[in-house]
Design a protein around this ligand. Structure first.
Ligand code: ATP
Ligand code: MG
Length: 331
């Protein structure tokens, strides 16, 4: 009997030990953030919106208009959900205009009634980028004439340029370029697309460098946070970073900055937390904070977009420097 009890006791202790040993090492270091119910997105101050939760239970805050933003992560890691949560928050404000650049034709089109433009074909994308650069120049001249130095909401809306899958824009997918014979149609086509891609990078670079002071903010998302895709000059301007699950340390360095790679491990987002992210930014999150965006179901976006469509801006209104006050006077 005693012998039997002894054997059972040993087995119990053995299983208990196994449980401890097989527990993921960083389980305690990376607490799971509870999901946030849809619609739980709200303004919480003059320039702040709540659109998610952090691991301390505090709301995930987005400044309005905030910095240029970078959103990275593997496929299905939650990038679009984070972008939709930011748009949902800001879409209620007439001080916000949106331009969507969506070469992979994902879900930005669902926002169409609220957006100034949603461009999916490369020709439309180039037109949207050219218009954004023109708007920047028009605003720059206006500020100079007025003797002002910075854009404010009284002068016109903040324009958010949202790029979903940046790598598609910068010609990274134009592989095979060396395989086409010199002078063939394919070769000419590829050369042209490479030239267009480099013009796009130049334009996005100047929007990144000068846009912020002129009321134009970029929200760039990519699955491929590598130095090749995101050149340093553009990356350095994207001050707020959202990093969803990524696959390696190199991606953490590019996404969060080299100095932060020690604080945030590549596999530090538990599988039990879809949509988990690390946020770091110059305004609210000096150190990386684990968080999760409010889940915005794509099926709800058309309703959200229609409900806020009256706050939408056309390119004509933006380029003619119409102000919110003007628009209210006219309507
Ligand atoms: N904040 C969240 N809360 C709960 N679930 C989420 C959240 N974000 C994402 N998910 C889940 O993960 C799935 C993928 O999310 P999402 O489409 O945002 O990924 P993605 O990174 O944009 O993927 P892709 O690179 O393929 O575009 C969602 O359909 C949802 O099931
Ligand atoms: Mg996506």
């Amino acid at each position: 009997m005693l012998y039997l009890l002894g054997v059972i006791g040993t087995i119990v202790v053995w299983f208990a030990l196994l449980g401890v040993i097989s527990r993921p090492v960083d389980r305690n270091r990376t607490p799971v953030v509870d999901p946030v119910s849809a619609w739980d997105i709200a303004r919480v101050g003059a320039d702040r919106f709540r659109a998610g939760l952090t691991s301390t239970g505090a709301p995930l805050i987005h400044r309005f208009p905030g910095d240029h933003r970078l959103v990275v992560g593997l496929t299905r890691s939650g990038k679009s959900c984070t972008v939709h949560a930011i748009i949902t928050a800001f879409s209620t404000s007439v001080d916000a205009a949106f331009v969507g650049i969506d070469p992979k034709r994902t879900e930005l089109g669902l926002w169409r009634p609220r957006f100034t433009q949603v461009a999916v074909d490369l020709a439309d994308i180039d037109q949207a980028i050219v218009r954004a650069v023109r708007l920047m120049k028009v605003r720059q001249q206006f500020l100079e004439l007025q003797g002002l130095t910075k854009w404010t909401a009284e002068l016109g809306p903040w324009v958010f340029i949202i790029i979903d899958e940046y790598a598609e824009l910068v010609g990274i997918s134009t592989d095979g370029i060396d395989r086409a014979g010199e002078g063939t149609d394919i070769d000419k086509g590829l050369k042209r697309s490479k030239a267009l891609a480099s013009m796009r990078i130049t334009d996005i670079g100047s929007l990144a460098r000068l846009g912020a002071g002129l009321g134009i903010k970029l929200i760039i998302s990519t699955q491929y946070p590598t130095a090749e895709v995101l050149d340093t000059q553009i990356r350095n301007q994207l001050d707020t970073r959202f990093m969803h699950r990524v696959s390696g340390d190199e991606q953490v360095k590019v996404s969060m900055g080299a100095g932060r790679a020690q604080q945030v491990g590549a596999n530090s987002i538990p599988a039990s937390m879809p949509g988990g992210l690390w946020v770091v930014g110059s305004e609210d999150y000096n150190d990386p904070v684990l968080a999760r965006s409010t889940y915005v179901d794509a099926a709800d976006i058309p309703t959200l977009a229609t409900r806020t469509a009256s706050a939408a801006w056309t390119w004509e209104q933006l380029l003619s420097l119409q102000t919110v006050a003007d628009r209210k006077g006219l309507s």
